[in-house]
Structure formats: C-alpha cells, structure tokens
Design a protein around this ligand. Structure first.
Ligand SMILES: *[C@@H]1O[C@H](CO)[C@@H](O)[C@H](O)[C@H]1NC(C)=O
Ligand SMILES: *[C@@H]1O[C@H](CO)[C@@H](O)[C@H](O)[C@H]1NC(C)=O
Ligand SMILES: *[C@@H]1O[C@H](CO)[C@@H](O)[C@H](O)[C@H]1NC(C)=O
Ligand SMILES: *[C@@H]1O[C@H](CO)[C@@H](O)[C@H](O)[C@H]1NC(C)=O
Length: 381
C-alpha cells in the first residue's frame, strides 16, 4: 500500500515538473516573440532626431604632431592656457551631481575597466560613509542592451532603493529620468580602448573565467581548446574574423564587447554600428549631460580626487582607503594568462578604433577639466 502510494506521488510530481517546464518554455517563447515584435515596431516608429548638437566642438585637440611635451592633467592645462580657457573653468559648470534628484549612484560599469576594484572601494566606502550597496548578480548572458520595457523595469528598480545608495550593473546607459523617475548620479570608468579589447580577449580565455561559468551554468559547453589557445597577435595578423573590427558592423547576441562607448551611447539603434560618428556623439552627449564623473583607469589618482570632490557624499576618504586597504590586494588588470602584445599589432587595431579613441580622449579631457577647476595647490602629473 505504502509502496503504491509512493509510486503514484512520484508519477504525479514528474508530471507536474514536466508541465512547469512546458509552461516556462512557452512563456519564454511568448516573451521572445513579443519583444521582437516590439523592437520591430519601435524601429518602424523611429523618427529621425535632429542632428546631435555639437558636443565635439567642446573637445580641444592639439594641431601640431610630434612627441607631446606634457602628459596627463598638465597637457590639458597647457592646452587650456594656450586657448585662454584656463581661467573660465568653474567647478559648478562641470558638476552634474547637482542635477541629481535623488541621492542614488547608478554605476553602469564597463567590463574589463578595473570596475571590480572600484566596486570593492565603494563597498568599503558604503560602510564608512553610510550608504546602501547593491549590485546585480552574475548573468548567464550579460545583456547590456535592453528592450524599452526592460529599461523601464531597470529604471524603476534603481529608483526603488533607499537613498543614499549605489546600484551597480553591466548595462548600457539607461536614462532613468526619461521614464519620469528622479535623476540619479551617474558614474563610470573608461580605459584605453585597445588595451581593453586585448584584456577582454584574454579574459574570456582565462581558465577561471570558463570554470566559474561552468560551475554557475553546468550545461554551458566548455570552449574548444583551439580557440582557447588562439593568440591575439596571430588573430589580428591572420585577419581572423574574431579580430576584425569593421566600421559600421553590427554584432548582436551576447553584446558587443569591442567598444566601451556603447555603455555611454545607450539603447538607441544608432549606437549599434561599430566606430561611427552618430554613436560617438550620443556617447559624448550622455557623458557631458548626465555623468557626474567618468574616471580613467590609467589615471587613478586624478579619478579618485575628482570623485572625492564632485561626489563627496559617497566618496569622501576614497583615495586614502584605496591606497591603504585596496591597492595591494586588488592589483588592477592582473591576468597572468595575458601575454604582451606588440605595439605594432596594437597600432593596426588602433587604426580601426578611431571613434573609440576619440571618446576615450574626450572623457580624459573632461576629467582633467574637472580636476583643474578645483584649483588644488598641488598638481597631479
Ligand atoms: C534623458 O532624458 C531627459 C528627460 O527625458 C532628457 O532631457 C535628456 O536629454 C536625456 N539624456 C540623454 C543623454 O539622452
Ligand atoms: C580595419 O578596417 C579595414 C577596412 O575597413 C579592414 O580591411 C581591416 O581588416 C580592419 N582591420 C582590423 C584589424 O580590424
Ligand atoms: C598616487 O597616489 C599615491 C598615494 O598618494 C602615490 O603613492 C602614487 O605614487 C601616486 N601615483 C601617481 C601615478 O601619481
Ligand atoms: C558638486 O555638487 C555636489 C552636490 O550638490 C556637492 O556636494 C559638491 O561639493 C559639488 N562639488 C564641486 C566641486 O562643486
């Protein structure tokens, strides 16, 4: 009797789980079709917006070539002095923190830009400076571009945290205020775009990366050993598909990891084609209008000082904590599986990354201006 009963229960639960599986599958399919439908409709409805205002004209460039006499903040200072703009720098004109309507930081971190380190810094600062720390969990597929509904859901999620707090996620710039919600404080980090692409290339081939993913998602197949051993220089020089960076090309699917400007451009279709003017202008506009600080990985001291001064509620004491507690344990960009890549190969790649490089230089110059506007007695070089 007991035996029979157990047998029936087993059949029942097996049926139930099959039913649930079927239901889940059809829901996913429905959602997929629904989203695809909406995306098509959106594309149809899309109106040509007016040409993006001339943000690029805010960027100064040196006309004469040759080896630069100065680098970093000092180079920008010399440039501003030569145009007479040094005296017009005003912290209040470069301070987007003031525009925020809620004391929440939205850090839409770019992969392979040392954001792990900044995250650890913020986690420690959250205890010291008393604010909430929230981060998105690891995703099976990191979707960085969202459908309009998912953007609305994300905007609502960000706004739902109690201020003061910080929310961290790998995602394209999502304009929270365009959903009628209060504007948060946007921050981010950038890095030399070619170094970043090399870093990404070896990161996805490092043993800990795919082992970690295999543990989290056992059904993901392990990568082909031949692919794992592929070297970046060979990949570029043999014109392998994976290492060809073509202007206007669109790569969808797991997200386009070739460029960081996409994380600033946002979700507009114009942001999709690689190395294009439209995407660059949108990315620059978001930085200028919405981001409180976009730090530069290669200039960490300048970045920390700017964060401390422009977003003090969250970042006061950041430099000290970084140098006392973090720098030793979180060496930036340390991947022992990353061989050195020759300048020659880097220069080949640089030729196709012109807009990415311009964006990086734009962010750097803005950070320098914010720093110089503080008129600190000592200049970081
Ligand atoms: C974000 O949305 C607000 C409100 O709709 C708009 O004024 C602002 O220009 C938008 N920012 C960007 C970068 O699109
Ligand atoms: C760079 O772009 C050119 C022309 O668009 C293309 O022929 C070449 O393969 C690209 N090189 C790399 C390394 O992406
Ligand atoms: C950054 O600041 C730290 C601590 O003040 C100092 O030890 C380090 O040399 C600085 N680095 C650069 C590149 O200026
Ligand atoms: C920028 O604005 C924030 C918020 O109003 C303020 O706390 C901070 O001191 C300002 N920083 C500068 C350098 O003006």
């Amino acid at each position: 009797m007991d035996h029979l009963y157990r047998g029936r229960r087993f059949i029942l639960s097996k049926r139930t789980s099959e039913l649930i599986a079927l239901l889940a599958l059809s829901t996913t399919l429905f959602l997929y079709i629904h989203t695809r439908d909406l995306n098509t409709k959106l594309k149809e409805m899309e109106i040509r917006i007016q040409p993006v205002s001339m943000i690029s004209s805010n960027q100064l460039v040196l006309s004469d070539s040759g080896p630069p006499a100065y680098t970093g903040v000092k180079a920008t200072m010399k440039l501003l002095e030569s145009t007479g703009q040094m005296s017009t720098l005003e912290p209040s004109l470069l301070n987007n923190t003031k525009k925020a309507k809620i004391n929440l930081i939205f850090f839409n971190r770019v992969p392979k830009v040392g954001s792990q380190t900044l995250m650890e810094l913020m986690r420690r600062l959250s205890m010291r400076n008393n604010f909430g720390f929230h981060q998105d969990r690891v995703q099976r597929v990191e979707t960085i571009r969202l459908s309009p509904e998912d953007q609305a859901i994300l905007a609502a999620l960000v706004s739902s945290y109690d201020p003061p707090g910080v929310y961290i996620k790998h995602v394209c710039f999502t304009n929270v205020s365009s959903f009628g919600l209060p504007e948060p404080i946007y921050i981010n980090l950038v890095r030399d775009p070619v170094e970043r692409v090399i870093s990404w290339y070896y990161y996805v081939r490092a043993p800990w990366y795919y082992v970690e993913r295999k543990i989290a998602f056992p059904d993901i197949p392990l990568p082909d050993p031949k692919w794992l051993k592929k070297d970046f220089e060979d990949c570029v020089l043999s014109e392998d598909r994976e290492c060809r960076y073509l202007k206007g090309e669109i790569r969808e699917g797991i997200g386009d990891h070739r460029r960081q400007s996409m994380f600033f451009c946002g979700h507009h279709p114009e942001c999709l084609p690689f190395n294009t003017e439209g995407a660059l202008e949108r990315a620059k506009r978001a930085v200028e209008r919405n981001y409180a600080v976009v730090g530069v990985l290669e200039e960490l001291n300048t970045t920390l000082t700017v964060l401390e001064n422009y977003v003090p509620r969250f970042f006061k004491g950041a430099s000290k904590i970084y140098w006392d507690e973090i720098s030793r344990y979180y060496p930036i960009n340390k991947n022992n599986f990353k061989p050195t890549v020759s300048e020659e190969v880097k220069n080949i790649v640089r030729k196709n990354f012109t807009k990415e490089i311009e964006f990086y230089e734009f962010c750097k110059q803005r950070l320098h201006k914010q720093y110089l506007a503080l008129k600190l007695p000592e200049l970081i070089t």
